[in-house]
Write a protein that binds this ligand. Structure first.
Ligand code: HEM
Length: 135
């Protein structure tokens, strides 16, 4: 069977980015979602971080679609977020990450539906699962 490439999710991501404030809005929601999130980014240059996440989400959707080309970069991000990495992220924070992302999508994609939200969750689940496994 052919892999699901999550074209609908890629298109939704395109609409979100076109809104011009998607990544910024995501970080506002995410920072307010749990005190540990704001602490984790205390010394981060958020301008640089917004660019990194913009790419990070793209790569995570591709990884969810089974693209082997992004395997390495996703593994590097998993290492970065592991206990031994530069930015260790305890697994429970991924729920806050996902819920904040869904909230930002609801605000920024004019064509969002509950079905599409579920597709986003399905697309990002493999990357999140790997990050948690490698913690
Ligand atoms: C699937 C979810 C996530 C993805 C795809 C992701 C992606 C990334 C990427 C690509 C970087 C590297 C930035 C660079 O090039 O230096 C990064 C850094 C970082 N991420 Fe995540 N991340 C995720 C979840 C989280 C969560 C849940 C937190 C919790 C607070 C978090 C906190 C951080 C921090 C603190 C950094 C380092 C920032 C710095 O360099 O100061 N990330 N993330």
């Amino acid at each position: 069977m052919q892999q699901d490439q999550f074209v609908d999710v890629q298109n939704s991501y395109g609409r979100c980015l076109q809104s011009g404030h998607f990544i910024q809005r995501f970080y506002e929601i995410f920072m307010d979602s749990h005190p540990d999130v704001r602490k984790a980014f205390a010394n981060t240059d958020m301008g640089r971080q917004r660019h990194a996440l913009r790419r990070g989400i793209s790569n995570a959707i591709l990884y969810g679609g089974g693209h082997t080309l992004v395997q390495r970069v996703i593994e590097e991000t998993a290492d970065l977020h592991s206990r031994r990495g530069r930015a260790p992220i305890p697994p429970f924070l991924y729920d806050y990450w996902m819920e904040s992302l869904i909230q930002a999508i609801r605000e920024c994609d004019p064509r969002v539906t509950p079905q599409l939200e579920q597709r986003w969750r399905d697309a990002l689940a493999p990357a999140i699962r790997l990050f948690i496994e490698r913690y």
